[in-house]
Design a protein. Structure first.
Length: 201
């Protein structure tokens, strides 16, 4: 029997009074990233996310950054989460779960993801600085909350160690990327199956 190749890709367009975003995602990419979020630090984090998840990610965001970066960060999280949801479809054959304990110099972050169809973020971090570059560090939680809501993802992020704000946030993005990489990967032992006793995710 000939194996059918499934294209797990999505393109999201979101335009509001606060942001104008075009985002495309390929879950089965090689880690390529073309990013213009309006914030250099978030571009850096999303580049790492794409690389460590081996997702191809393209993003253009024009936001009301003269106010602050809150709307852009939240709306990019919305679009990325929505792209994951659309690219996964009914989630047939995926592993569903993934986790990673990731060190970044003195920082250590644990993440665990379940693509359950339900939104739940448990976020435990103590980031010393209020800003890294032009990025308000409190927006890290806002970004992941928006992502989880749209992706239908149960995500735990727990900082276990770290004193450098850049390192802590970088460890988060790398750890979550690798957790999601496991979760979206295809389970050869359960090909074609929905990974739930409910029969739907």
């Amino acid at each position: 029997m000939k194996e059918v190749s499934i294209m797990r890709k999505a393109e999201i367009v979101r335009k509001t009074a606060e942001t104008d975003i075009v985002l495309s995602l390929n879950l089965d990419g090689s880690g390529k990233a073309e990013l213009q979020s309006g914030c250099g630090f978030l571009d850096h984090m999303l580049t790492l996310f794409a690389k460590h998840g081996r997702f191809d990610l393209s993003l253009s965001c024009k936001g009301d950054t003269e106010v602050d970066f809150h709307h852009s960060a939240e709306d990019i999280g919305i679009c990325l989460g929505r792209a994951f949801s659309e690219a996964l479809g009914d989630k047939r054959g995926i592993c569903r779960y993934g986790s990673m304990l990731l060190p970044m110099d003195e920082a250590l972050v644990l993440s665990a993801a379940d693509l359950s169809g339900r939104c739940c973020l448990r976020y435990s971090a103590s980031i010393p600085a209020q800003r890294v570059g032009s990025f308000d560090t409190e927006l890290t939680e806002e970004f992941w909350q928006a992502f989880c809501r749209e992706a239908g993802c149960n995500l735990h992020i727990r900082q276990l160690d770290g004193t450098n704000s850049h390192h802590i946030i970088e460890a988060m993005f790398k750890s979550v990327a690798r957790s999601l990489r496991q979760a979206v990967s295809m389970d050869s032992a359960a090909a074609g199956e929905i990974p739930s006793t409910k029969g739907v995710l």
